[in-house]
Design a protein around this ligand. Sequence first.
Ligand code: ADP
Ligand code: MG
Length: 203
Amino acid sequence: MNMNHHSKERTLVVIKPDGVQRSLIGEIIKRYEQSGLKMIAIKMLLPTEEMIESHYSVDPDFKKKVGTKAIESYKEAGDKPPSDDPETVGEGVMNRLKNYMTCSPVVAMVWQGAHAVELVRKATGTTEPRTSDVGTIRGDYVLDSYSMADSDGRAIRNLIHASGNVEEAEKEIPLWFDKKEIIQYKLVQETILYDVNLDGLLE
Ligand code: ADP
Ligand code: MG
C-alpha cells in the first residue's frame, strides 16, 4: 500500500492532566481503538511550559483563532466577551494552557488510519464540553464552559488534545515523539478494514 493511502493518515492525541486525574485513560483509548484506528505510539510524560508553547504555536494563527472562537461562543450564549480583540483573548488562553497542561502528567499518543484526524475530532467533540454533543468524549465525561473557565481565569478543561487537521498533526507529532518511538506494524483487523479483494480469509 502506498504511503499516501488513506490508511496512513496520522493524528496526535494527548490525554490532558484532567483526563489522567479523572481515571479516563482507558475509556478514552477505548473510544479511538473501537473505531478501527491503530495506535502507533504512546507514552506518559510531564510536559514543560516550553513544550506547550511550541505545541500550540504550530499554527501561527493559534492565538487569533482561539480568541475569535471564544468571542463567538460568548456572543452565542448572550454573554459579553472579556475583550473584543481576538489576539488579547488568545494570549491569555496560551498562558492558561501552560498552567493547565503542566500540572500533572499527560498521555501522548499517535493514532493512524483512514481519516484519523477527522474521526478522532468527531469522537472527541467540540472544544467546549458544555456544548459538545452527547456521545462524544468531551460531551459525555466533562462539564466545563467558556464562561466558567473565563470567570475563574483558567483554561477550559476538556480532557483531550486532538490535532485539528492533517498538516497540524504532522507538525505536532515530531514535537512529542522521536521517530524511533513510532512503531510501524500491521494490525490483523486491517485486512477487513482496507484490503481490496478480501481474499485469504477462508480456509
Ligand atoms: P481544541 O482543543 O478543541 O482544538 P483549540 O485548539 O481552539 O481547541 O484550543 C486549545 C485548547 O485551549 C482547548 O482545548 C482548551 O483547553 C483551551 N481553550 C480554548 N479556548 C479557550 C478559552 N477561551 N478559554 C480558556 N481555555 C480555552
Ligand atoms: Mg486545536
